[in-house]
Design a binder for this molecule. Structure first.
Ligand SMILES: [Ca+2]
Length: 122
């Protein structure tokens, strides 16, 4: 079984122009970089919807459930109270490995609390 890599994945889309094949390109202008589309098994040539992330607040704790697809991608849940400064402080990453992962963070004393998934290819 051969491992899928970013470059083998992007090669599945021959219609992507040569200058739109890097990690940070967004050929379909859907706001998702090619890396993000790779990490969440989206289509980089079609402006598709964001992956299904399920969030819920329970007992003053915010939970975010998502699916880790790629073994070479590092998925990190980060939290913010203002959507501009993000950190992993206090975030429970929900475990290692692939598959369904639920990250969570305590709401704390702040009025607002956000969680998102940051992806990178080391
Ligand atoms: Ca895109």
């Amino acid at each position: 079984m051969s491992e899928v890599t970013f470059s083998s994945w992007i090669d599945r889309y021959p219609s992507l122009p040569a200058n739109q094949r890097d990690l940070n390109d967004d050929f379909d202008k859907d706001g998702h970089t090619n890396l993000f589309e790779y990490a969440f098994e989206m289509n980089p040539t079609v402006a598709d919807q964001a992956p299904s992330l399920e969030s819920q607040m329970e007992n003053d704790r915010l939970y975010l459930t998502y699916y880790r697809v790629r073994s070479d991608v590092v998925y990190t849940a980060k939290t913010s109270t203002n959507l501009s400064n993000w950190s992993t402080t206090g975030v429970d990453q929900g475990g290692a490995g692939l598959g369904e992962i639920t990250a969570s963070v305590a709401k704390g004393e702040d009025d607002k609390r956000f969680l998102h998934i940051h992806v990178e290819l080391p």
